[in-house]
Write a protein that binds this ligand. Structure first.
Ligand code: RB5
Length: 145
């Protein structure tokens, strides 16, 4: 199970799903800090990806969730930061493998791609799967060389 609070953010395209996920995390007693956006006005996803990426890189949080329309922009933006391993997981298998093999520290989700139940199922797999380490540790270190 997760061992720290979760940082979360979205743009306008992920705003509704973000609120559903915040409610869900509260219901399972996971503390979550919401870095915005705080309304549905059109905004720029890289700003929110940067907030969560920095919160992880400075040690405030171990893991984060970023939500936009597709999950793609958030993934691209977050992965610009050295030390961030963001996965846009559209199914449970990729969510699981991104944890076991890649030690993903940010999950990105697409509100226009996934239903709420499906997104929560993917989230649960991601939250509850541990990194396997071993040969995968060397490989993730190579990502930041
Ligand atoms: C906003 O319309 C949309 O482009 C954004 O939420 C995201 O899907 C970008 O990747």
């Amino acid at each position: 199970m997760i061992d720290s609070d979760i940082a979360i953010a979205s743009d306008h395209g992920g705003f509704d799903l973000k609120n559903e996920i915040i409610k869900y995390l509260a219901s399972i007693n996971v503390k979550v800090f919401d870095f915005g956006a705080y309304d549905k006005n059109s905004c720029d996803y890289p700003i929110y990806a940067k907030k969560v990426a920095n919160a992880i890189l400075n040690g405030e949080f171990k893991r984060g969730i970023l939500i936009c329309g597709t999950g793609i922009g958030m993934q691209m933006a977050a992965n610009r930061f050295k030390g961030i391993r963001a996965v846009c997981a559209q199914n449970c298998y990729c969510a699981r493998m991104s944890r076991q093999h890649n030690d993903s520290n940010i999950l990105t989700l697409g509100q226009r791609v996934l239903g709420v139940d499906n997104a929560i199922e993917i989230l649960n797999v991601w939250l509850n799967t541990e990194f396997e380490g071993g040969r995968h540790q060397r490989r993730i270190e190579m990502l930041d060389d």
